[in-house]
Design a protein around this ligand. Structure first.
Ligand code: A3P
Length: 345
């Protein structure tokens, strides 16, 4: 009997001991991971001179958890007042290019403690109905943030919509503009794949890519096809340059963001005058997805939705060659204007 009680006690002690050691290990790992993410360092550069209301990055990182809870609409007035939360107009906008990797770029930048993303595409500047609602409507669509954070939104339609550069200029002529590009033919096929999937979901049939991209009468590239037109990056950029100097743009290599995201993100941090805080720890390759996924901390990881990284249909090689030849001179001009050269065929 006594022996049985002793064995039971030993068992209980063992369980309690294991729990205590487990919790201790978890805490050590968590603090370690946050330290790696957030060295104690104030935000400098674009955030103005060091002042009383400056928040160390470490504090911002911890506060992100709170922000998560205060998602737009869920914060009470009291919480907003207590935490000095604001809805700020974006200081940087990912203006395109559709299927360039705009979602991945936004989500990855959001790893930075000084960045807060607008989760939804707002379509304020490209949609006349939204634009007519005014700038306050737009600001109210922004997520809550702390005054020293910057808000970033992405709406890829901005890049190709005629009226947008002037409208953005009127909001803030010094806003920073991010454009993520991919090899133009691959981007056009990705664009087609998205539309095709939409049609299939509605049980509709759709043309083959080859039929849309090549004009059957002339056998030349069909420049009326939107997926082709969007990939003529230089044409769109030239419109933007009527309002903003080239220094206000940063071009992100969307093909490299897929295979090697960190150096691309570090270039963006620099462009935005943010202290470098996104590290390899925050990005891990997920073999099942075939893409890099995001690690915010030891507890919270996420991959992009399945709609990002679709399998493209096979396209006739002669059509690919024709498209690449067509895009070539536009690409050369794009390299020349932006000062960033890509090895696009
Ligand atoms: P595909 O679906 O053609 O592969 P956007 O967000 O602008 O619509 O771009 C979608 C593209 O982002 C995808 O195109 C995919 O290749 C690319 N991408 C880049 N990094 C990614 C990541 N980490 N996870 C998923 N997709 C990523």
């Amino acid at each position: 009997m006594l022996f049985k009680q002793q064995a039971l006690l030993r068992q209980k002690l063992f369980v309690l001991g294991s729990l205590a050691i487990g919790s201790l290990l978890y805490l050590v790992a968590r603090v370690g991971s946050l330290d790696r993410l957030q060295p104690l360092c104030p935000i400098d550069g674009r955030f103005g001179p060091r002042g009383q209301d400056e928040i160390p990055l470490r504090a911002l990182q911890f506060k992100r958890g709170l922000l998560h809870e205060f998602r737009k609409g869920n914060a009470t007035k009291e919480q907003i007042r207590l935490h000095n939360l604001v809805q700020q107009l974006p200081k940087a906008i990912i203006i395109g290019v559709r299927k360039g990797g705009t979602r991945a770029l936004l989500e990855m930048l959001n790893l930075h403690p000084a960045v807060v993303k607008a989760s939804q595409e707002i379509h304020f500047f490209d949609n006349d109905e939204n634009y007519a609602k005014g700038i306050e409507w737009y600001r109210k669509k922004m997520p809550f943030s702390y005054p020293h954070q910057i808000t970033i939104e992405k709406s890829p339609a901005y890049f190709i919509t005629e009226e947008v550069p002037e409208r953005i200029y009127k909001m803030n002529s010094s806003v920073k503009l991010l454009i993520i590009v991919r090899e133009p033919t691959t981007r056009a096929i990705s664009d087609y794949t998205q539309v095709l999937e939409g049609k299939e979901r509605k049980n509709k049939t759709y043309y083959k890519f080859e039929k849309l991209a090549i004009d059957p009468n002339t056998c030349e590239v069909n420049t009326k096809y939107k997926a082709v037109r969007t990939s003529i990056y230089t044409k769109h950029l030239e419109r933007w340059l009527k309002y903003f100097p080239i220094e206000q743009f940063h071009i992100v290599d969307g093909d490299r963001l897929i295979t090697e995201p960190l150096p691309e993100l570090q270039l963006v941090e620099k462009f935005l005058n943010l202290p470098p805080r996104i590290s390899q720890y925050n990005l891990y390759f997920n073999a099942t997805r075939g893409f890099y996924c995001l690690r915010f901390n030891i507890v919270f990881n996420k991959c992009l939705a399945g709609s990002k990284g679709r399998i493209h249909p096979e396209v006739d090689t002669s059509v690919i060659t024709k498209l690449r030849k067509f895009f070539h001179p536009f690409n050369q001009k794009f390299y020349q204007i932006t000062g960033r050269t890509f090895n696009w065929p």
